[in-house]
Design a protein around this ligand. Structure first.
Ligand code: PMP
Length: 359
């Protein structure tokens, strides 16, 4: 058998590991910010029927432009958006890959604000774009002045601001985004993967004023469709055209488009748990503060909390009790996704059991 070392792998990929959180079969899975509620039997049935209908055309390539889906996504977002301002792909991961393929590349930089989503450096690496970072403030928020300083220092062609930010849950107000966009010619990507959970308004309202602004969204979290793999963006039609140049032909399968359209037709039902999941996360935060943990202010469906003298011990002790959370973020912190009330009760009981603040 040939080994990886013997293959002519790109030099910058040598020694790299595939990225990903552990996928373990345990009773309580709170590690990748999924929605714990599957689609209802009625929605499942409709999805199955849509897949059967799509299967009748599987001898043909799917709609390369996914126009029906993009127009449903535009209607969902509102703000007067139309299909030509929307781009969709297999998860917002692929949307980001399209953006960096189009606007990054050799000799160019993408700037992000750390700690932030751990896939950003991977998109950069894959597209041969230099990944540069600037730190967030001590409370993990962002202010326009320090973002502008970092933009002046690094001169990126793309900057990415996640709000709510993963793994901290902290938000960036649209007024701050507005100021950032006004001060740069770079493409400003606002990653709103968790926006539906937030109280702070979306950056979508800024699109008419800022032609280089991109707002990225996903159906993986609020829509409970992580397995369906649909992410999308809203931006000027010219930015969508740039993504259309670099996408692989027919990148969104007929089944994916069909299932996503059913999910959008039932947006009310699929989004019904968003407020209760946010409330579950906020309630956990209040409980955790009461227990003496340091908790970062979050508006997402997850919480970053610590500071653990030995976070790996805490992570392992929870796993030993059937609860999988995420060892990520700044030293001494762990991230946990909001689950069902039963799952959160199990988490609280387990934390009470293991003295996490002891070394
Ligand atoms: N952006 C952020 C900030 C995320 O946390 C995630 C998922 N963990 C994504 C994008 C990607 O999600 P997906 O590819 O499932 O749309």
């Amino acid at each position: 058998m040939i080994t990886l070392e013997e293959l002519p792998l790109r030099a910058d990929l040598v020694g790299q590991e595939p990225y990903g959180a552990p996928q373990l079969d345990v009773p309580v899975v709170l590690n990748v910010n999924e929605n714990p509620y599957p689609p209802s039997p009625a929605v499942r049935r409709e999805m199955a029927d849509a897949v059967v209908a799509a299967a009748g055309t599987l001898n043909r390539y799917p709609d390369r432009e996914a126009l029906a889906l993009r127009s449903d996504l535009a209607a969902y977002l509102g703000h007067g958006l139309a299909a030509e301002q929307i781009w969709a792909a297999n998860g917002s991961n692929e949307v980001m890959a399209h953006l960096l393929t189009a606007f990054g590349g050799p000799g160019r930089k993408v700037l992000a604000f750390t700690p932030t989503y751990s896939m950003y450096p991977e998109y950069a690496r894959n597209t041969c774009t230099e990944y540069v970072t600037a730190p967030r403030r001590a409370d993990f928020t962002l202010d326009a002045a320090s973002v502008q300083d970092a933009v002046r220092e690094h001169e990126p062609t793309v900057l990415i601001i996640a709000t709510p930010n993963n793994p901290t849950g902290t938000v960036t107000d649209p007024d701050v985004i507005d100021e950032i966009c006004a001060g740069t010619d770079a493409i400003v990507v606002v990653d709103e993967a968790y926006q539906e959970f937030a109280d702070t308004p979306s950056a979508l309202s800024l699109l008419p004023r800022h032609p280089r602004l991109v707002v990225s969204r996903t159906m993986s979290k609020a829509f409970a469709l992580a397995g369906g793999r649909v992410g999308y963006l809203a931006a000027a039609p010219a930015i969508v055209d740039a993504c259309r140049i670099v996408r692989l032909p027919y990148h969104l399968s007929a089944q994916t488009q069909a299932v996503a359209r059913v999910a959008l037709a039932h947006a009310d039902e699929l989004l019904a748990q968003v407020r209760s999941l946010a409330a579950e996360a906020r309630a956990f935060e209040q409980w955790a503060r009461g227990r003496g943990f340091e908790v970062i202010d979050s508006q997402a469906n997850f919480t970053l909390f610590g500071r653990f003298p030995d976070r790996h011990r805490v992570w392992q002790a929870l796993l030993d009790r059937g609860i999988l959370i995420r060892e990520t973020g700044p030293d001494g912190f762990l991230r946990v996704s909001a689950g069902t009330p039963q799952e959160m009760a199990a988490l609280r009981a387990a934390l009470d059991d293991i003295n996490p603040l002891e070394a």
